[in-house]
Unconditional design. Structure first.
Length: 313
């Protein structure tokens, strides 16, 4: 695996930089979380009623499954459209929804071939509509499994979190016989995202304190990994053999998580804070705005590393 050693920030610099990332991540998330989760008006995420919490958790599961390899704004639109069209049938009886009606919503939002939702040509020959259907089928099968076992997803989640370890919930969801068919990769970012959203809702919205958000997971997409590489928060970069400036973010996730844990910051908020540096136009793949970047005073600026686009240098 191609890798390169580089000078890292000092502990003092790392502490200061991670503090900025966590603060920006917490503040940004507090303002945007409903948009990120694509919460429709029909759901009350702050309700103390178990029935409403169940509806929210089921909706978010479908939303993260659809999200993989998709365009965020279209995921938001299709998730809200599906709930608006099918209501509680989507959440409790998805197996009763006809495929023709389901695909009617899909094509309305994603286009006739689904290219507005999933990028055609980058899916290894899989058609976007097929991708959508198999993920919906994984969700549908999991809901049927809950019914057959007389379980609510809320109780299922709380049981998995009884030891206070979110990683246990992640491992169970990732490896579930039915649900695993809907995830992408061996360590799916979407599953990590779902677990983090659950922790956020339990802690910050519903007031459950049994499981700490301090034990949240890191998603580490390419843009988050890019921030850790460019700043010098990590001293070894893994990159693609054929494209030597493109980092392999997922393979560096353990090292990145270890770095955040070492300084006792909240992984979920640090992850968000790093991503917002890209989203807000500072740490762009090309032509980053280092002179005005909020972490520019600490960053070592190894700007040759990028997430997805080939660096011109």
């Amino acid at each position: 695996m191609p890798k390169e050693r580089q000078s890292a920030l000092s502990d003092r610099e790392s502490l200061q930089l991670l503090n900025i990332l966590e603060t920006r991540g917490r503040e940004g998330w507090s303002q945007r979380w409903k948009e990120h989760m694509a919460i429709p008006e029909a759901l009350n995420v702050s309700s103390d009623r178990e029935e409403e919490q169940e509806r929210v958790l089921r909706y978010l599961l479908l939303r993260v499954l659809i999200n993989q390899q998709a365009k965020f704004e279209k995921v938001r639109e299709i998730s809200i459209s599906l709930l608006g069209e099918f209501g509680d049938s989507l959440l409790f009886k998805p197996f009763d929804i006809s495929e023709s009606k389901l695909l009617s919503i899909f094509r309305k939002v994603a286009g006739s071939k689904g290219a507005l939702l999933y990028k055609v040509g980058s899916l290894g020959g899989i058609k976007p509509v097929s991708l959508f259907l198999y993920r919906f089928k994984a969700y549908e099968g999991f809901i049927r499994w809950l019914d057959e076992n007389k379980l609510s997803i809320r109780d299922f989640i709380l049981e998995e979190l009884k030891n206070g370890e979110p990683k246990e919930l992640f491992n169970t969801l990732r490896g579930h016989d039915i649900l695993s068919a809907g995830w992408v990769g061996n360590d799916p970012k979407a599953c990590r995202m779902y677990v983090n959203w659950i922790l956020f809702l339990l802690n910050e919205i519903l007031g459950f304190r049994r499981v700490k958000i301090e034990k949240s997971l890191m998603i580490v997409d390419g843009h988050v990994g890019k921030v850790f590489c460019r700043t010098g928060l990590i001293d070894e970069v893994l990159y693609e053999k054929q494209r030597p400036y493109i980092i392999q973010a997922s393979k560096m996730r353990p090292k990145i998580e270890e770095t955040v844990s070492k300084f006792n910051f909240i992984p979920f908020y640090v992850d968000n804070g790093a991503f917002y540096l890209f989203e807000e136009g500072y740490c762009a793949d090309l032509d980053p705005k280092c002179d005005v970047c909020p972490v520019g005073m600490y960053c070592k600026r190894y700007i040759k590393w990028t997430a997805y686009k080939m660096h011109p240098g």
